[in-house]
Design a protein around this ligand. Structure first.
Ligand code: ADP
Ligand code: F6P
Length: 460
């Protein structure tokens, strides 16, 4: 059997369940098959110091970890600069936040070239390579230029926007041409796949060969929607383990007289946090029966804090939460409990289970695993209600959630009220459908479907 080689910006010990979305999913894929995981070590060193770009090898169970340190300057240009200052905002439809003219492309190319140079000597002829996310779009092309003929798949964890939005990136032609170095390009949703298909035909003049195979630049690439899932059984087990149960009991006791609403995410402008707080304010104004009886716990973990757009959002959120508590709070009740930090992964399921309503309301999101984790943690006999943005990738699969438009603040307030009032039978029926969907399309399905497609694709 071929060895699996996974490449991603972040690398984590796959035996530890603590790393969140992408890392948990990749850890699962590698734990099943063994293999090699290559990427950034998580460390930066002063430019020119010894050790910059040197390969470090480690083992974790049946997985070999191969990582490189990056110089402070390369990391700034590649990760904060081009990946998160250009590609992240554009792919999340935020052209207004993109920093197109800051010259970050040089470091982005250099780091992708460095990764290719360090990875190539580690490869065996029949290895299957699976490269992940927007940090590494050109890595496949760099490897091909160095002679790599292995099967290579690429998976984009964030949305693929409509062609005219992609076309705003000055280097868009080069980026998309790079994608033709792959044998398979995986996207999160059918909408992303439609955008990709129309982009490559309209902007790159690709020929549609049918079955989502496209030919351009003398190569054929297959594309597909492979919505990422979670390990439902592992998450259910965490829910029933000691720390999950303790957390659940503590929250139940603390909020015995109140209905709990919950938001959990990285503090990111794609997540629609200010809109959510405004909708909660509108709810308190329109439906005063929620005063003193509904509490929103909002956990927003620190993310990409060296970037202006993120610090601006932090200030806006603090001010909105403060104003809401100031305007509506009482001596014995505060409407919002806002925390700017991480919650330990083992305790998260207990928190999800104690919530009557989860608010997962991004303005745009690739998938949103938090929505799936919330479903997996519920008690089927008395489940909470998922209020989900129609702009989350997960909305295509989770149509039994209450879908909202996060830009429509009053509409969102109405839907939250509907969620708070929902009778038990309806909650149970919706939850049953949602659970069936996340079970069917779980993380194992995702890994297997992508890798089966990649290893059986016909190549020219
Ligand atoms: P993204 O990949 O954009 O961060 P997802 O919802 O797809 O969004 O995945 C986020 C992952 O990180 C989930 O597994 C979630 O449990 C975890 N996570 C998000 N916010 C927190 C937090 N504040 N504390 C702990 N874990 C978090
Ligand atoms: O899901 C998108 C993503 O960028 C992943 O690639 C990443 O693991 C996660 O969000 C968190 O972002 P970061 O790695 O920048 O902290």
């Amino acid at each position: 059997m071929s060895r699996l080689v996974v490449v991603s910006n972040r690398v984590a010990d796959p035996r530890k369940a603590a790393a969140g979305g992408l890392a948990v999913a990749l850890g699962d894929a590698l734990n099943k098959t063994g293999g090699l995981w290559f990427g950034w070590s998580g460390k930066t060193i002063e430019g020119g110091a010894s050790g910059e770009g040197e390969l470090q090898m480690d083992t974790a169970g049946n997985v070999t970890l191969a990582t490189v340190d990056l110089s402070v300057q390369d990391h700034a240009g590649y990760y904060l600069g081009y990946s998160n200052g250009v590609l992240w905002p554009v792919f999340h439809y935020r052209l207004d936040l993109a920093r197109f003219d800051a010259g970050f492309i040089t470091a982005y190319r250099r780091v992708n070239q460095l990764f290719a140079k360090r990875l190539l000597p580690l490869l065996k002829p029949d290895d299957i390579l699976w490269i992940h996310d927007y940090h590494l779009i050109p890595l496949g092309a760099e490897l091909r230029a160095m002679g790599c003929t292995n099967r290579i798949g690429f998976f984009l964890h964030i949305p693929f926007p409509p062609p005219l939005i992609v076309a705003a990136i000055p280097q868009h032609e080069w980026l998309i041409r790079s994608l033709f170095a792959y044998d398979l390009v995986g996207l999160q949703s059918e909408a992303d796949l439609r955008h990709f298909s129309s982009y490559v035909q309209v902007e790159a003049g690709a020929l549609d060969l049918g079955s989502n195979r496209f030919r351009a630049f003398n190569r054929t690439v297959k594309a597909g929607a492979f919505p990422i899932g979670i390990d439902v059984d592992e998450f259910a087990a965490l829910t029933h383990a000691k720390e999950g149960r303790d957390m659940h009991e503590r929250m139940k006791e603390e909020y015995s007289r109140r209905k709990l609403l919950l938001g959990v995410e990285r503090l990111d402008y794609s997540k629609g946090l200010p809109q959510r707080i405004r909708a909660f304010r509108a709810l308190l104004r329109k439906y005063p029966e929620n005063l003193k009886s509904a509490t929103l716990i909002q956990i927003a973990s620190p993310s990409r804090e060296d970037m202006g757009a993120y610090t601006d959002l932090l200030k806006e959120l603090e001010s909105l939460c403060g104003a809401t508590n100031g305007d509506f709070g009482e001596l014995d009740w505060m409407p919002i409990r806002y925390m700017h930090r991480n919650v330990a992964r083992k305790r998260l399921p207990g928190l999800y289970r104690a919530a009557r309503v989860a608010l997962v309301t991004p303005l745009r999101d690739g998938m949103n695993l938090v929505a799936k984790e919330f479903i997996a943690a519920q008690d089927p006999a008395d489940p909470g209600v998922l209020v989900l943005s129609r702009f989350a990738g997960a909305a295509e699969q989770l149509e039994h959630a209450l879908l909202v438009n996060p830009y429509d603040i009053d509409g969102m307030a109405e839907t939250i009220q509907q969620a708070l009032q929902m009778p038990l039978e309806e909650r149970q029926a919706r939850h049953q459908h949602l659970l069936a969907s996340i079970r069917r399309y779980d993380v194992h399905w995702w890994r297997k479907t992508f890798l089966d497609t990649l290893s059986t694709i016909s190549r020219d």
